[in-house]
Design a protein around this ligand. Sequence first.
Ligand SMILES: Cc1ncc(COP(=O)(O)O)c(C=O)c1O
Length: 395
Amino acid sequence: MNDPLLRWRDEFPILADTTYLVNHSLGAMPRRVYDRLREYADMWATRGIRSWAEGWWDSPVTVGDLVGRILGAAPGTVVMHQNVSVIQALVASCFDYTGPRNRIVYTSMNFPTVMYVWEAQRRHGAEIVVVPSRDGVGVETEDLLAAIDERTLLVPISHVLFQTGYRQDLEAVVAKAHEVGAMVMADCYQSTGTVPFDVTALDLDMACGGSVKWLCGGPGAGYLYVRPDVRERLEPAITGWMAHAAPFAFETGPQRYAHDATRMLHGSPAVPALYAARSGYEIVGEVGVEAIRAKSVRQTTQLLERALERGYGTRSPLDPEKRGGTITIQVEHAPAVVKALAERDILCDCRPDVGLRVSPHFYTSDDELLGFLDALDEIVASGAWKAHAAKTAAY
Ligand SMILES: Cc1ncc(COP(=O)(O)O)c(C=O)c1O
């Protein structure tokens, strides 16, 4: 079939010899990242200290604006940090948990790093409410809504779940949270760049994520959106001179917070990571998340149907409306199967209880998906996975 998005394949060197189905974990590197990192090195080499004034200092905001276009965020509302864990900790440091509104509500299928940060707030008086899954696929929206009440401070939840690809109904969660005076922070790591959404239309209080996956931006470039009226009320204890109203006045004493997005920063930014990340944002912006989603729904639906026909199980929702860009395929000895596939230059991964996680992206061809299924059948039927049974895959 005619697939116009395949013209992007040349832009991603790894696709020349690898079937790349692990976009939920590490998106392929755009070729132009070589140029961006050279630009960074040239700047440092030739402009030296002047580089700060010529773009480096402002880069957490200017690069944040590039992500903001994909998120539907207004310019000047997104800032860049290193990763989601740091962002969650920074947001957690804004609150006083000693009053009656001290509950943090999320689901048992949240990405664990988010739980680790919020669990640690118990020592400051936070109460953590974990809404369980009934089926190991997702968490019923009605269960989550029932847990949000007048004692809820914040609902820090994943938009799309990392294990199964289940997509949470953010609209319903925001409506309930706002009705009772609570805030919502969506971790959009597994949706940004593959599922269209708009933080402004959703009226999210905060949203965050990173660039390693669908955005093809590499490590070290997490983003934080905060609605401007919410931002003005927040005073992060994890802070620093970049968040000061006049950083170069070097005032001593307590923090005097800036009144723009820099309020949510701390110290010097991870400049090289921001150079590297830009190419992915530009490409995803150019391709368009609507087009990426349309192709993803077509390919993941076909892949899932064919996997089920071949006798495999799944822990992913069958309805594409309830999924992000990843599907899961249940096989025995999944870590060893992942290794056997990698030996054939087919990359996917696995997670406990769900089996293989497989994700095409806009540059994936239909033939590659058929090749993946055939290789999987061969590995399972021949027992080729046994050669890898002693080793387990971390990523
Ligand atoms: C939903 C979600 N949140 C967060 C993370 C990672 O967090 P961090 O950026 O702190 O490494 C992942 C990555 O695997 C994820 O899938």
